[in-house]
Design a protein around this ligand. Structure first.
Ligand code: AMP
Length: 213
């Protein structure tokens, strides 16, 4: 499948993407994960992106399109991809459209996950992420077996720098202003599926039945 997962930070895009890749062998492409790896490795990209990310602001479109132009050409994309956290602005969506046309590719759909703001705030402040493999935990509902260590790879499980209350509140405002309009963009293109993101199992079941996976 070739899908875009839209939804506010904390809507569960990453978790749903991981579940879907396990079903059809497609690859999850998270611009957030790519950027965090660049920051950790201290690359040029990471140095340019870090301040925006820490404040919960968007990284400029040209940097993001530079990443995606390369990423979508990689071999593993041939078995399909789930775009998680990209596109985030109308110019990114327009640029993606041009890129896909040039590559002769077509998306199977755009999933729009909706979650109430209170649920998101609670989820994000209690969310923890593995610095090694990106696995996602929650201190209340899904803590790692050994506190602070990833069940899967043993690396540290931490709170992201952009998951302080202040950065989260800014990320949600940025989402409403810059990213929420993408739902209308794709609705007009005719391939939007609105799904209420109650639990990831329910979301995955709804996507599977809608897309006949
Ligand atoms: P995420 O893990 O998707 O929430 O992304 C973490 C941070 O990376 C965001 O708050 C942005 O600063 C940056 N980021 C990730 N994807 C994008 C994108 N498509 N456009 C702009 N900034 C992005």
């Amino acid at each position: 499948m070739k899908l875009i997962l839209l939804g506010a930070p904390g809507a569960g895009k990453g978790t749903v993407a991981k579940m879907l890749t396990a079903i059809d062998g497609s690859v999850q492409i998270s611009t957030g994960d790519i950027l965090r790896a660049a920051v950790k490795d201290g690359t040029d990209l990471g140095k340019k992106a870090k301040a925006f990310m820490d404040a919960g602001d968007l990284v400029p479109d040209d940097l993001i399109m530079g990443i995606m132009k390369e990423r979508l050409k990689e071999d593993d994309c041939k078995s399909g991809y789930l775009l998680d956290g990209f596109p985030r602005t109308i110019p990114q969506a327009e640029a993606l459209k041009v890129m896909l046309t040039e590559m002769g590719e077509k998306l199977d759909g755009v999933i729009n996950l909706s979650v109430p703001r209170e649920v998101i705030l609670d989820r994000l402040t209690t969310r923890r992420t593995c610095v090694g493999c990106g696995a996602i935990y929650n201190v209340k509902s899904n803590p790692p077996k050994v506190e602070g260590k990833c069940d899967a790879c043993g690396a540290d499980v931490v709170q992201r720098d952009d998951e302080t209350e202040e950065a989260i509140s800014n990320r949600l405002d940025v989402y409403n202003e810059k990213t929420a309009p993408l739902a209308d963009f794709y609705r007009k293109e005719g391939n939007l599926m609105d799904i209420e993101a109650t639990s990831s199992d329910v979301v995955v079941a709804a996507i599977k039945s809608k897309l006949g996976m």
